[in-house]
Write a protein that binds this ligand. Sequence first.
Ligand code: GSH
Length: 202
Amino acid sequence: MELFWAPRTRSFYALWALEETGLPHEKIPIDIWSGQQDGADYRAINPMDKVPALRDEGVVVTEAPAICAYLADKAPDSGLAPPLEDPRRGAYYRWLFFAAGCIEAAYFEKMSGLEVDPRRAGWGSFEQVFETLAGELESREWIATERFTMADLMVAGGLKYGMMLGLLEPRPVFDAYVARCTERPAYRRAEEINEAALAEQG
Ligand SMILES: N[C@@H](CCC(=O)N[C@@H](CS)C(=O)NCC(=O)O)C(=O)O
């Protein structure tokens, strides 16, 4: 299995997911600052010219939440996804896709200063997205089930990104949830890998 990645990018989700599963893999750095992602070799892997991408015996998966879901299913004993027939799979899918479809778009709305009609925008509005998440997390330790899953990895990773960029107002419920997720050893290992790659880049 190969991960095509660049440090301090959305590749971090995939890096963290690989550390959670412990699946053996090779990391292939893509220098997105020099435009390596635009070359024919990488474009054959991801015509979107974006990292991360995962290649597993010829199977290519792009899009961070899809990579997370794929990896969780590749490591069923990790408990990072409810089993296929488990009714909790519904909530798991719901929040995994919420991260991709709503959190990402809400940040774009905020960063671009867009005025959106919440009835037309698929994510509603920035406020709706984060009020919804805060409401869910008030009563639960983890977003989808009674344990950490890949949905938490994507949601907490998304919240952490918004906090780092100052897009989110401080909220104790988000702080506590993100702390719970990021104190996991797999998160710490992924962060070390990220930092080491950045240091190497100079
Ligand atoms: N929807 C993609 C987004 C990936 C993405 O935006 N990657 C950025 C880095 S954070 C990238 O590769 N940018 C290089 C480019 O667009 O040329 C995902 O979830 O994986």
